[in-house]
Design a protein around this ligand. Structure first.
Ligand SMILES: NC(=O)c1ccc[n+]([C@@H]2O[C@H](COP(=O)([O-])OP(=O)(O)OC[C@H]3O[C@@H](n4cnc5c(N)ncnc54)[C@H](OP(=O)(O)O)[C@@H]3O)[C@@H](O)[C@H]2O)c1
Length: 279
């Protein structure tokens, strides 16, 4: 495993396991398989509705807590200082852990500044080790930097070879805010996962397209956490520390950038936000 040292000195495993979209009934099994394979970093969130199952897998693994790195994220409905504070305690309970390694503001809507205040307080109380943001643009990040007392350790953003977030990465680098790539495999995008350039690079190293993409993240210092519910893919996504991409191959992957992203806020998210604005 390789690690990234965050701006507060904390080390995070560069490769983790994402649990977005894993059904409650599958989640404990998938996280247990990931831990068996060797993952020690789990990327969870309140809105994924499987924190309790992640917690079960952690407890049943018997892996010492300080060998694990657990991330969660405060969801939009829990924004505002008081609600965020209470939701952090509920996440701790569900995850069955005395502390969370990294907690993020999931999306920059409504009173995220109140939620940030609750996160800072939880750091002071020892409930959370590190705090960061997710899906924040430059203006929203500046807002946190201006109003908060702790610099976010990461911004977690959608990032894949087809959408390399060059502008945001350039903005975050001098601020020493690390980048986390969500949906590194394009959320299973078939075009990306069968891209001929990536396939040709993979053939050279006897690796799959997914392994090439994940290795490209690692070589860029990008922290990432593919999701899979399939044991063979959970395992193969972890087998990326026994090869290195040449400069020429890295350049070929940089050239795939179309600045293209798959996420568009679903309608239900718009509805929640509209309700919050009215309240
Ligand atoms: N902060 C945010 O707003 C945000 C948003 C989205 C995601 N995330 C985080 O990022 C994590 C990863 O993103 P994601 O789950 O959207 O997508 P992803 O990891 O890019 O892709 C997952 C999809 O790819 C398939 N897959 C996994 N490994 C594969 C392989 N080796 N070959 C072929 N297909 C493979 C999976 O199917 P199988 O399960 O069948 O293998 C699944 O359909 C999430 O779990 C979550 O932790 C954060």
């Amino acid at each position: 495993m390789e690690y990234v040292t965050l701006n507060n000195g904390v080390k995070i495993p560069i490769l983790g396991f994402g649990v977005y979209g894993i059904a409650k009934e599958d989640c404990e099994r998938c996280v247990t398989q990931a831990l068996d394979v060797g993952y020690r970093h789990i990327d969870a969130a309140q809105i994924y509705q499987n924190e309790a199952e992640v917690g079960n897998a952690i407890v049943h693994s018997n892996i010492p807590r300080d060998e694990l790195f657990i991330t969660s994220k405060i969801w939009v409905c829990n924004f505002g200082y008081e609600k965020a504070k209470a939701s952090i305690d509920r996440s701790l309970e569900r995850l069955k852990t005395p502390y969370i390694d990294l907690m993020l503001i999931h999306r920059p809507y409504a009173d995220y500044k109140g939620a940030w205040k609750a996160l800072e307080e939880a750091v002071r109380e020892g409930k959370i080790k590190s705090i960061g943001v997710s899906n924040f643009n430059e203006k929203q990040t500046e807002d946190i930097l201006r109003n908060g007392t702790i610099t976010p350790v990461v911004n977690q953003i959608e990032l894949s070879p087809y959408g390399q977030q060059r502008r945001m990465r350039k903005y975050l680098e001098p601020k020493n805010i690390a980048v986390q790539s969500w949906s590194p495999l394009g959320h299973g995008n078939k075009k990306l996962l069968s891209d001929p350039v990536l396939a040709e690079i993979g053939a050279k190293y006897d690796k799959t397209v997914a392994q090439v993409i994940l290795r490209w993240n690692v070589e860029n210092g990008l922290i990432t956490f593919p999701k899979s519910c399939n044991y063979d893919r959970i395992k193969s996504n972890f087998e990326i520390f026994d090869f290195a991409l040449s400069e020429e191959d890295m350049a070929k992957i940089y050239a795939l950038d179309k600045d293209k992203y798959c996420f568009t806020p679903p309608r239900w998210l718009d509805t929640i936000i509209a309700k919050m604005k009215k309240a």
